[in-house]
Design a protein around this ligand. Sequence first.
Ligand code: GLN
Length: 460
Amino acid sequence: MSLNTLSLKQAKEGLSKKKFSSIELVNSCLSEIKERKNLNAFITVCVKEALEEAKEADRRIKDEENFPLLGIPISLKDIYLTKGIRTTAASRVLDNYIPQYSATVVKKLKEAGGIIIGKTNCDAWAHGSSGENSDFGPTKNPWDEEYVPGGSSSGSAVSVAANMSLASTGTDTGGSIRLPASFCNVVGLKPTYGRVSRYGIIAMASSLDSIGHFTKNVEDSALMLSVTAGKDPNDATMPDKKVDDYENYLNKGVKDLKIGIPKEYFSEGLDKRIKEKIERSINLLEARGAIAEYISLPHTEYAIACYYIIQPAEVSSNLARYDGIRYGNDRSSFADEAKRRIMFGTYVLSSGYYEAYYKRAMQVRTLIKKDFDDAFKKVDVVITPVSPTPPWKLGEKTSDPLAMYLSDIYTVTANLAGIPGISIPMGLIDNLPAGIQILGPHFSEGRLFQVGKAVEESGL
Ligand code: GLN
C-alpha cells in the first residue's frame, strides 16, 4: 500500500511506530502531485519547505514527541494566508502576493506538527461551484478528467481524493467544501459559523464564511476539527465555547436518534438516482435504530435568491480593499465573475435599492434560520442531498451563471443559518461520486461525526 493512500490516523500510527518516516510520506505525496499534474490541483507546491519540515519531524518523532499531526502532509486552499508562501486566491490580482503572517488555522495545524505540502487551486476568491473559475485554469475531477470536481475548494478536494495530501483545508460560504467533497468522494466538513477562526483567510462574504476541511474519512475529520477549532481573539465573531471531544462521538451509533427529512429538498430538480441513494442510506440508518420522519423547512425556496443578495453585498465590500495601491495588481486584473458580484453587490446596497433587496434578504435569512431552529426542536439531525445532480462536464455550465448558482440550492441554507454540515460519500452514480449531507444545530459537530460514521459503516 503506498503511504500517500493512508488516512491521518493510519499515518500517525505508522510514523510513531517508525514503520516509515515523514520524509517517505511527504515524498510519496509529492510524487503523486507530479504524476497527476494534469488535474491542476495545486497552484504552489512547497517541495523544499515540506521536505525540510519532514526532516525535522522525523527528528522529533525519534525524540518521542507526540503531536496530533506530527510529520503529516496537509494542503491548504490558496486563500489561507501563509507567511512567506505565495497566496493568490486563484486570482491574477494577487499573482505575486507573499503574506507577512499566517492564518490562525495554519498556525494551529503547524503547532500540531502538520506539514504544509502546497497551496491548492480553487475558484478565484472562492466564487464558484465547479473549480473552473480559477485564473490558473480549471481543476479536473480525478474520477473522470472530463468532469468538474466541484468548487470552490476544488484543488483541496482533489488533493485528498487523489492522495496528494492526507487532508486539506477549504472554505465554505455557500457550499464550497460540501459540494467538491461530494463530487470527489471524500468527507467535507463545514463547521458552525464561528467554530473555527477566519483570521488570515481571504474573506469572501464575512457573515457566511466557514472554515473547514476535507479528509478521507469521518474519524480524520473529527481529528482535524479538534486541531483547528477554538476561540481566537483575532476573530471577533467567535463565541468562547468549549471545543467538544469529537472522538467520543464516533462510536455512539444512531439508536433512537431522530432524523428529519425535509420534503422541500426532495422535490423537482433532484436527480432521481441521488434521491434513491439517500433513501437507501436513510433506510440503513433506520436499520441501525435511527428514527426518520418527514419535516418541512418552508422558506427553502427563497434560499438561493437570499444568498445571492447577501453574499455579493459582502463580496463587494470585501473586494474593495484590492485597489492595487497597497498590494496586488490593479482592479483590471479581476475576472468576470468577481466583477459581476461587485456590481451586483454594490447595486443591492445602493440607496434606493437597499430596503427592497438587502434588507428584505436579511429578513428572509432570519426566517430560514428559524426554520432550522424549529426543526431541531423535533429532530436531532437533518439529512439532505448535497447537490441536485452528479458532477457535470467541464464547460457545461460556464456560460450560464444561473445554472451554476442553482447547484448550491441544498448547501446555502446552512451558511445562511450558521449551522454545521458534513458531506459523506455515498457511492457512485455512473462511475462518478455523490454525497449525502447531514445538518445539525449550532455547535453539534460531534453529532454530525456520530451520524456520518454510521453512514460510512453502513457501506453504501
Ligand atoms: N458556489 C457558491 C458561490 O459561488 C459558494 C461559494 C463558496 O462557498 N465559497 O457563491
